[in-house]
Design a protein around this ligand. Sequence first.
Ligand code: ADP
Ligand code: MG
Length: 226
Amino acid sequence: TVMELHKAEKLSAISQLAASVAHEVRNPITTIKGFMQVLLGEKNLTDNQMMYINISLQELERTQTIINNFLSLARPAVHQENEIDLTLLLREITEFMKPYSHYSNIEIIEQVEEGLKIKADPHEVRQVIINLMKNGIEAMPDGGKFYIKAGNEGEYIHVRIQDEGIGMTKKQLAKLGSPYYSTKEKGTGLGLMICYEIIYRMKGKILIDSEVGKGTTFTLMIPSAA
Ligand code: ADP
Ligand code: MG
């Protein structure tokens, strides 16, 4: 069963307001982090004190990630669209992800055609591919093979990001695209929304094919610049 990813809801006016609050909260967090780091350098700290400071720093880090994810949704940045070599970009991202995948006993297999060209902001494409690869890797707790394929099919370039992971039920699939939908303890539920926003703006589509226990394939259809 292949379905297309749709965004279930738009970020509301309240979310827009929340974005300005999130923005304001960033500065104090940076200050607190700075002082925590100074504290960590103090002599004569007990093991417990050290542990509390380290946990606080980790939690602040997590807060920053959530805020940054949220802000990149609520306030899209200025988009720099140029013709880019998708082939090189995909290979570079694959190399970048390899240490992370080795750690989870996952082998990444890259099958990308030469000379694929699209019009896009490379930072945004990178964000989409990394979000999807991270999801795939997180779905394979026991390791396995992970494929990243790309090729020209008519007016679209198809990028397939395919894992052998836990897969999703029909019910789970229907929930994809809702803001903050996550089945992970430390998930933000914003990754796929960001992917959707970016690919939709590029006049592309995202297709999902998933089977419980078999794995999931995300297919990006991006208009070719060739
Ligand atoms: P997060 O990763 O923070 O949970 P995402 O928006 O990236 O948020 O993903 C939302 C949810 O979609 C995940 O929590 C997971 O349940 C499901 N999901 C996404 N990608 C996959 C995948 N490759 N395999 C299985 N489930 C997935
Ligand atoms: Mg994710």
